[in-house]
Design a protein around this ligand. Structure first.
Ligand code: 26V
Length: 834
């Protein structure tokens, strides 16, 4: 993060007076130096002298000082909404991948000048202090990070909106690499008190369950017929809009036992048993599920989803009832966005509230439910689509099962009416999938029970409509729409890349921070020598900064004059890290065969976590690490090729690496990556994209111009079309470089001391049909790679394309995405704080 938090190029220098007026106080100086908020917190919270405080204590004091500054405004935001009673948007998500908050909040409050002055005066190790904050890693990857970017945009655009999620005690596991293998360690991010959260015990809600649940050997066991309940305790976190006008709330639920001691057990002498009950009641929010590749149907995950939905709906309905007496107004006052199917029990839960609590009739309840809810799909992978056993609904809440079956009965009647005699269609659209164990198709439930279903990039929305849920799209075509993803330019450009942000602001002003389309103004500087020089200088600074961090943090030395070529994302077969590795093997082999070959020096960075049970993905990590070791050990390529696997990929690591990247690899099998969002962050930061025609990468190419993009490989249609006859062997037999690369793997060239370990990779590619079609795309990948590398020799030509990419990235601000959700789905308008 480095300089980012201290010197913001774009922030207008707010006066001390302005600060006092907006926030009521300043972070470091309130009424005078001796009353500095920061020092007061050290003294009164930690009871320590500022001179003796450690970095962690200093971090807490700084965070509390910043929180003090935003508190008034936060309260005012809430009271404005209460007074104005506008329609509100609620974003329900099992994941919010927030990352760190201190530097981000300072940036969004535009307090850098004050912080810079204070840290300068006191010789504070500011960068070290920032490092003390653990990442809030409450998400797996793209879906969770998108939710966090959306919160930033909603607050910046002054929308009356709120996020609802779970306060996992353990977030995404920490990854370490040991002997090349991934190892998982618990992420105990709340071990120390989190300065941002505010516990709101008085707003706790009670969650009813039709069974009791016990933990037995780590698995959840239901005791049917013994109803129980758990408490949901809200923890609020501030979401600071850029400029500090609006401070929205992210409300995370913590599960707790009704009472630490069930008094009856206690009085009967079962002291330990009483504790066990409270442990079970805590389990729903104990840990984030770290597998985003398969839906394994774990009962505890289902309980988490039920818990999120019941707590959030009880809370938002309570708020709605405070301001409105008429239930029929719900869709005019509340919009609920379901982030994937994970919170789609909201359909039966809202129906239950309207039928049983509000005592409305079915038709009215159904109309209100549908007009209130909207659903976003984030994946087409069949193995990731949620399908829960009916039995789970029955155990957790019998009423939900009844409601789902009644919705299904009515849906069947509607389909029969529209398509008489088409019983197969009835079966395909049904909410229930018949099998050895009947299951609820959660995507069907979300589509049928809402008024809007969107995909997250144009191609993804189209494939969703035409293939995945075709029958439902034919039944309700008006519900389907697209909302191409975006990312917040505050965190991903202004904060992460202060060098580039400054260079951009110098020529087009700072309006881009909230209107990213203004980056188009850079086009006319793409060939301006002094701008090109400044732009290239910013990239070099960022590379130097990253290289310095890497060497101090991991002892790894990389050459900042080499091309920084990156692929950072979850490790998945469809994302094809293995294709990237095959490319590197071919390049390596070329150099081995001809050491005099002209080739720009390159550093290949990988980072990403594999689901702990995803055996092949973990083997891919091991393979990349062995490849790195082999190349490092070969004097022929020393200084020319280097592979680095960065451990423990997280938001903070992305913030460091992306500004330094020259090349972004977005190489999924076409048709498989719903959107991608790191692709946008790289583009915004001046990297060139080497990618397939998939997800939002297609739209990025349209914005930047095809001549400034490096696309290759089969498109989604070609992938689908060639499935039936595709034969990876053909490539092995006919492409010498492909064959040589595969033979090196099979010959244990990268596993000399671990013979045979990579056989499963070789088999997946050659014997098991290469489902993700790596070999089909390898040759065109290398060809595009060659074009890219040749361009590197022409520094001006490279910079020109990179500038045109930054200039074309304006569409990919989450502000644009959120503006579309607000006007096309939610009908929610800005509500400025007064
Ligand atoms: C699925 C599951 C299944 C069961 C347990 C835990 C779990 C957690 C997450 C998921 C959903 C994975 C879907 C996902 O993350 N999709 C990504 O969404 C991004 C934001 O829209 C998008 O950019 C990526 O292309 C897409 O892969």
């Amino acid at each position: 993060m480095s300089q980012a938090a201290i010197i913001s190029p774009a922030a207008p220098h707010m006066s001390r007076q302005g600060l006092l007026e907006r926030y009521g106080c300043g972070p470091f100086h309130f009424t005078g130096d001796r009353d500095a908020l920061y020092e007061r917190h050290l003294l009164f919270d930690n009871v320590i002298d500022a001179q003796k405080a450690g970095l962690r204590e200093k971090f807490e004091a700084a965070a509390h000082a910043i929180r003090d500054v935003l508190s008034q405004r936060w309260v005012l935001t809430g009271s404005t909404y209460e007074r104005q009673n506008p329609k509100r948007a609620y974003y329900l998500s099992m994941e919010f991948l927030i990352g760190r908050s201190l530097a981000n909040n300072i940036t969004n409050l535009q307090l850098e000048p004050f912080v810079a002055r204070a840290t300068g005066q006191t010789n504070l190790d500011w960068l070290g202090l920032l490092e003390q904050e653990p990442d809030a890693g409450l998400g797996n990857g793209g879906l969770g990070r998108l939710a966090a970017c959306f919160l930033d945009s909603m607050a910046t655009m002054q929308l009356p909106a709120m996020g609802y999620g779970l306060r996992y005690e353990y977030g995404m596991f920490r990854q370490s690499i040991e002997d090349g293998w991934q190892r998982e360690y618990p992420d105990n991010w709340l071990r120390r008190p989190d300065p941002w959260e505010v516990e709101r015990l008085e707003e706790a809600v009670e969650v009813s369950l039709d069974s009791s649940f016990e933990l037995q050997n780590g698995a959840l066991r239901a005791v049917p017929g013994r109803p129980s309940s758990i408490l949901g305790i809200p923890f609020d976190r501030p979401v600071v809009g850029y400029g500090g006008e609006t401070i929205n709330t992210l409300r995370l639920w913590d599960a707790a036992a009704q009472d630490y001691f069930q008094l009856d057990n206690f009085s009967h002498g079962d002291f330990v048993g009483a504790f066990a009950a409270s442990i079970a009641a805590n389990t729903p929010t104990r840990v984030l599920y770290p597998d985003d590749s398969t839906q394994q149907g774990q009962a505890l995950r289902f309980l988490q989803e039920y818990f999120l939905v019941t707590c959030s709906l009880a809370d938002l309905i309570r708020r709605f009832r405070r301001g409105n007496s008429d239930w029929s107004l719900l869709p005019d006052k509340v919009a609920i966005q379901l982030n994937d199917t994970h919170p789609s029990l909201a359909v039966p839960e809202l129906m239950r509230i309207l039928l049983d609590d509000a005592r409305l009739g079915w038709d009215e309840a159904w109309d209100i439910t549908r007009r209130t809810l909207a659903y976003t799909n984030h994946t087409l992978l069949p193995e990731a689509l949620e399908k829960w056993p009916l039995r789970y609904l029955e155990l957790v809440r019998r009423r939900h099962l009844d409601i789902v079956l009644e919705i299904d009965r009515r849906l069947g009647a509607e389909v029969r009416d529209r398509y008489p005699g088409d019983e197969e269609r009835v079966g395909r659209t049904s909410l229930v999938e018949r099998g050895p164990e009947d299951r609820v198709r959660m995507a069907n439930l979300a589509i049928v029970g809402s008024h809007s279903t969107n995909g997250v990039a144009a191609i993804h929305s189209q494939l969703l409509r035409e293939n995945t849920v075709r029958d439902l799209a034919e039944l309700y075509p008006e519900r389907f729409n697209n909302k191409t993803n975006g990312v917040t330019p505050r965190r991903w450009l202004l904060l992460a890349n202060p060098e580039l942000a400054q260079v951009v602001t110098d020529v087009i002003g700072d309006g881009w921070t909230t209107e990213l389309s203004q980056l188009a103004g850079l086009r006319r500087f793409a060939s301006d020598p002094s701008f090109v020089e400044a732009f290239a200088g910013a990239k070099r600074e960022a590379k130097l900064r990253f290289a310095a961090w890497l060497s101090s943090r991991h002892g790894q030395v990389v050459d900042p004059d080499s091309i920084f070529d990156c692929q950072i994302k979850r490790i998945h077969e469809y994302k094809r890290q293995l294709l990237n590795a095959l490319r590197i093997i071919v390049l390596y082999d070329r150099l081995r065969a001809d050491p005099d070959l002209e080739m720009a020096p390159r550093t290949f960075f990988f980072a990403g976590k594999a689901a702990p049970a995803y055996v092949l993905a973990k083997l891919i990590i091991k393979f990349i690490n062995n490849l790195a070791r082999t190349i490092d050990g070969d004097p022929v390529v020393r200084g020319r090729l280097k592979v680095v696997f960065l451990p423990d990929y997280c938001v903070s690591l992305a913030e460091r690496l992306i500004p330094a990247a020259d090349v972004s690899n977005q190489i999924s099998t076409a048709g498989y990556e719903a959107s991608g969002t790191s692709n946008m962050k790289f583009m915004m930061n001046g990297a060139l994209t080497l990618g397939t025609r998939d997800g939002a990468t297609i739209e990025m190419m349209e914005e930047a111009g095809e001549e400034n993009f490096f696309l290759f490989g089969l498109n989604a249609e070609e992938v689908a079309e060639s499935r039936s006859w595709y034969n990876p062997r053909w490539h092995y037999d006919n492409e010498p470089e492909t064959r040589a690369a595969l033979d090196l793997i099979a010959g244990d060239y990268f596993s000399r001391y671990e013979p045979g370990i990579f056989a499963p990779l070789h088999e997946a590619l050659l014997e098991h049909g290469d489902h993700y079609m790596h070999l089909a795309d390898l040759t065109s990948y290398l060809e595009a790679d060659g074009r890219l590398c040749r361009l590197y020799a022409d520094a001006g030509g490279w910079a020109r394309k990179a500038i045109l990419n930054v200039a074309g990235s304006g569409k990919f601000s989450s502000d644009r995405t959120i503006a579309q959700y607000a006007s096309e789905i939610w009908n929610v308008k800005a509500c400025p704080v007064m």
